[in-house]
Design a binder for this molecule. Structure first.
Ligand SMILES: Nc1ncnc2c1ncn2[C@@H]1O[C@H](COP(=O)(O)OP(=O)(O)OP(=O)(O)O)[C@@H](O)[C@H]1O
Length: 600
């Protein structure tokens, strides 16, 4: 899809907002930038004028040798100073642009991170939202380039206006003629820039695939499979085919552009020589000096170049401005899970527990109920296990409990009051939770544990204690740098752990937090059976007074819980203790027997 002139103009409306963003990043650097650019914009005209006087004075001296040289030397000195100033100012602007650009990149990235942290999980699962976030994020360097383009554009416009004033003062017709003859090539420039943008946009998917192919063929993650399945030839060929198509499309477009833009530049050249002819006539008639001739010709030549480059930049600025729409839109997205004005204090200790009152939940992008008709109470101090087949709704239930989502129907109460009446930060503070897809932070072992309660990052004793409880301590103790050991493979000094070892480290996070509720959503799936048994045994000893919810597919673990909820297609099928459920002889008993038989 190409950009219409209207799209471009609409996008330009983002620019004042963008400017105020830049201003906020650094009012000082922005003011310097503007001041220096205004100077840079006016100096070229000054230079052309000084050259005019130099030539006229030099000619006057050749006609009359008796004239003093002082004035000529002064003019040359002024020209020298102006040129020097122009060069230095150019370098200063580059530096300021670079500094301001870097600060803009950092500040906008920071703002995106801050805003993203405020938003709800639900929003991250909406693909349109995610696209917006991704585009807002990816365009960070684009915004720094846009900044330079924008300032350069304003600078060039000032120079263009100063040139037009000179020409209009001499003869307004010159401008009329020049503009009309350069119009075709100007429009051509717009047309081809737009086509080029459309071409690049249409190739985005293919280019992304190229990036992906080169990544897969050379990444550490895929190296094992690529070798074993002998896939490198396949990837390389695919890369070659796609890149050849892209190259051909680019060449075809480039050649067409070259031919047409050469043809339409002819009227401009003819027009220029008509004006040139007219100006020379004026010199021959004595109404214009040689210096005047050079001033006018220099002005016309430079004006042509400036108009062309501004036209090109107009497009670049418009494209940058279009991406700004994504950026500003992203900040208009507000969290849907809100905090009440006068939140209730979180009970400490919890008295009657969490009650699910006919709770149902549907993900926004799905028609299916992930949970439905949930009615039960999680009592304080209770150890509750959730079991059920894949997709039965165990994780969703836990996410509702910690208010990562709000129920679609029904409500959850805590000590008799709706969970929505409490401050969400308090709820989260009181929950130590580890999910099955926990994050393996490419940071030190110590940080990997401290994330459980980041405010205690300096408390080595707490971190070690937590590691002892989750059985991670012996693993960390064996590593060369112990708790300061960088984990993962991303950095040179990193030490990769096995899946189960990572889980033990992540589990320590739950012990870091001094919370009333602990939730373990299958963070032990990669542990061997003995480790999982030990982890949970310890877990129930240590969390004796705490309320705990655990999700596991291993019945040897599940049976340790006080009560077990069996979920099926999002609904509660059975609820009771291990013995009660076995006695009932329904699904739980059936699944338990099935697993036990496997071990016989
Ligand atoms: N982010 C999501 N968007 C849409 N549907 C989802 C999302 N997450 C889960 N679901 C759907 O909700 C249902 C319940 O998923 P949930 O993750 O709660 O199951 P689970 O019991 O924890 O499964 P498992 O044992 O595989 O971890 C599934 O059908 C799943 O496809």
């Amino acid at each position: 899809m190409g950009l219409t002139i209207r799209d471009r103009l609409v996008a330009y409306r983002n620019l004042p907002k963008f400017f105020s963003l830049v201003w906020k990043v650094s009012p000082r650097l922005t003011s310097y930038n503007i001041l220096i650019r205004i100077m840079q914009a006016i100096i070229p005209l000054g230079l052309l004028n000084v050259s005019k006087y130099i030539i006229d004075e030099a000619i006057a001296i050749t006609h009359n040798r008796a004239l003093p040289y002082d004035y000529l030397w002064k003019l040359i000195a002024i020209e020298f100073i102006l040129i020097l100033l122009l060069i230095i100012l150019g370098k200063v602007t580059s530096l300021i642009d670079e500094l301001l650009g870097e600060r803009l990149t950092n500040d906008t990235t920071n703002m995106i991170m801050q805003h993203a942290a405020k938003l709800d999980l639900v929003q991250f699962e909406n693909s349109q939202f995610y696209d917006k976030l991704e585009r807002a994020r990816q365009q960070t360097t684009g915004r720094a380039i846009l900044l330079t383009h924008l300032f350069s554009q304003v600078q060039d416009l000032i120079t263009i206006i100063s040139y037009i004033v000179v020409l209009v003062t001499f003869n307004p017709w010159i401008i009329v003629i020049l503009l009309s003859v350069t119009l075709p090539s100007l429009l051509g420039e717009f047309y081809f820039n737009n086509k080029n943008y459309t071409l690049l946009r249409s190739q985005t998917q293919a280019r992304r695939e190229l990036d992906y192919l080169s990544l897969v063929a050379s990444s550490d993650v895929a190296a094992k499979e690529v070798r074993l399945f002998d896939l490198s030839g396949f990837f390389i060929n695919r890369f070659k085919n796609i890149s050849r198509d892209l190259y051909n499309a680019k060449r075809k477009f480039g050649v067409k552009r070259l031919i047409i833009s050469s043809l339409i530049s002819i009227p401009g050249i003819v027009g220029f020589y008509l004006v040139f002819f007219y100006i020379v006539q004026q010199v021959l008639h004595g109404s214009l000096t040689i210096g005047g001739l050079t001033l006018l010709l220099g002005t016309i030549r430079q004006l042509g170049g400036l108009v062309q480059s501004s036209a090109k930049r107009f497009n670049a600025v418009a494209q940058g401005a279009i991406y700004l729409t994504d950026y500003f839109d992203f900040f208009n997205i507000m969290p849907t899970i809100t905090i009440p004005n006068n939140p209730r204090p979180f009970p400490d200790p919890i008295i009657s527990g969490f009650t699910f009152e006919d709770v149902g939940f549907k993900y926004t992008n799905s028609e299916k109920w992930a949970n439905r008709h949930l009615n039960f109470t999680l009592r304080p101090g209770e150890k509750l296990a959730l079991v059920g087949e894949n997709g039965a709704g165990k994780t969703t239930l836990v996410k509702l409990l910690v208010r990562l989502y709000d129920p679609t129907e029904g409500r959850i109460t805590l000590d008799g009051y709706d969970l929505k009446e409490y401050n969400i930060d308090d709820i989260r503070k009181q929950m130590g939770i580890i999910f099955q897809d926990f994050i393996k932070y490419q940071m030190s072992a110590s940080v990997n544990i401290a994330v459980g309660d980041i405010s205690e990052i300096d408390r080595e004793d707490l971190i070690t204690d937590a590691a002892m409880q989750s059985l991670a301590h012996p693993i960390i103790d064996r590593m060369p740098n112990k708790y300061q050991q960088m984990l993962g493979t991303h950095f040179d000094t990193g030490f990769e752990l096995s899946g189960g070892e990572w889980q033990k480290v992540a589990l320590a996070r739950a012990y870091m937090r001094n919370s009333q509720i602990v939730i373990l959503d299958e963070p032990t799936a990669a542990l061997d059976a003995r480790s999982e048994y030990e982890v949970f045994k310890r877990f129930s000893d240590i969390t004796e007074k705490k309320t705990a919810v655990l999700i596991s597919h291993r019945f040897s673990t599940v049976r340790m819980a006080d009560r077990i909820i069996v979920l099926d297609k999002g609904e509660i099928l059975e609820i009771g203790s291990h013995e009660e459920l076995l006695q009932k002889g329904h699904r739980y008993a059936e699944l338990f027997e099935l697993q036990a038989a496997g071990y016989k």
